[in-house]
Design a protein around this ligand. Structure first.
Ligand SMILES: CSC[C@H]1O[C@H](OP(=O)(O)O)[C@H](O)[C@@H]1O
Length: 370
């Protein structure tokens, strides 16, 4: 997607020098900076400290981390070491383990001298696949938006609500929850997007920055505003992303998603989740009990980062000295509250049968493995 009129992916291998570059999300939406990832420490820090973030982008970054390391030391021992270091960076988004396991399984049988080239080709393939998956999610989601638009007086916007940033910078391109929005905008359907701020890290500001860059009308709202807007008939559909969805359709996503699903359920508002297939964890049946929830730094809650009056980026403390802080980063929305899952193969009910119907080969591979 575009930044100041120039097309970017969130991660890429630069043709000029072969280096892996990322959009460094720590400074957005105020500063657009690009960083090079080179050492294993760079890749681990980029994922752990959220220079890159979003489940699909974490997976692609890990794949490039493996590739760069295989050029330095393609031994079995180093492959296992890189896998272990990167896999320990963030626990909740399943795409990280998915990408690392895929890389290791593909590289292990190869002679060490063949691994560097194969690893880089695989990282490029994982990135390209993510772009295509998200493009297709956008096409399927567009159908839902079209249906809502068709039931409205001509010219009246379709009002969507989204939580966190499941936008193009949370993926390699397009985004998951935002891809239907970009497709709808291209199709000329007027939109109004309610963007939850998504404390503590305010990823909603990233979504607002993305939508603004592409001319999509949006309003940045507090995390607590969504229920009120739904009660007053101001939300036609909720679309979120997901960091891990179980084989039974439970959706783990950014903290606060569950409350939006409850409010949507109470108000008869459809609640859809944009789900790329690498984000399905076929090994988990009960999201609430089985998905590890990232417990992040207290400073993410006690402090807020933003632009100060002088134009610099500053962090200010909002909590009183001595207050305890808790920071669970994700929650699980039970499948019964999810209207449907928008995948690259179409839309299905949030259920084992629904997912297995769209991805029979993945569902049966897992049942063979267990
Ligand atoms: C399409 S990204 C899915 C997901 O990732 C985000 O998490 P984080 O900002 O912690 O990396 C968020 O939950 C998005 O919805």
């Amino acid at each position: 997607m575009k930044v100041n009129g120039v097309s970017y992916r969130s991660i890429w291998r630069d043709a000029s020098d072969g280096a892996v570059r990322i959009i460094d999300q720590r400074w957005l939406p105020h500063d657009f900076r690009i960083a090079v990832l080179d050492s294993l420490d760079d890749f681990a820090a980029a994922i752990r400290d959220m220079w890159v973030r979003g489940a699909p982008l974490i997976g692609a970054t890990a794949a490039y981390g493996v590739a760069v390391q295989m050029a330095r030391d393609p031994s079995d021992a180093h492959l296992d070491h890189v896998h272990a270091v990167l896999n320990a960076t963030r626990p909740t988004a399943i795409n990280l383990a998915w990408a690392l396991n895929r890389c290791r399984a593909a590289l292990r049988p190869l002679h060490a001298s063949d691994r560097a080239g194969a690893a880089m080709r695989l990282a490029d393939a994982i990135a390209d696949e993510d772009v295509e998956i998200n493009r297709r999610i956008g096409e399927h989601g567009l159908g839902l938006i079209r249906e809502i638009a068709a039931a409205k007086p001509a010219g009246e916007p379709v009002r969507l609500l989204t939580h966190c940033n499941a936008g193009w910078i949370a993926t390699v391109d397009w985004g998951t929850a935002t891809s239907p929005m970009y497709h709808a905008a291209e199709a000329g359907i007027p939109l109004q997007v309610w963007v939850d701020e998504t404390r503590p890290r305010n990823q909603g500001a990233l979504t607002a920055w993305e939508l603004g860059s592409h001319g999509i009308a949006h309003s940045y709202i507090t995390d607590n505003a969504g229920g009120h807007l739904m009660q007053h008939g101001l939300v036609d559909m909720v679309i979120t992303g997901t960091d891990r969805t179980t084989a039974t359709g439970d959706v783990c996503n950014k903290i606060g998603t569950y409350l939006k699903a409850l409010a949507a359920h109470d108000n008869g508002v459809p609640f859809y989740v944009a789900l790329p297939s690498p984000t399905i964890d076929w090994t988990v049946a009960d999201g609430l009990r089985e998905i590890p929830i990232e417990d992040r730094a207290a400073t993410e809650v006690s402090h807020v980062q933003g632009r100060d009056a002088a134009g610099g980026i500053a962090s200010v403390e909002v909590t009183p000295a001595g207050s305890g802080v808790a920071n669970p980063a994700f929650d699980v929305t039970p499948a019964r509250l999810v209207t449907g899952l928008i995948t690259e193969r179409g839309i299905c009910p949030a259920s084992r049968a629904g997912l297995a119907g769209l991805f029979p080969e993945l569902a049966s591979a897992e049942s063979r493995a267990s």
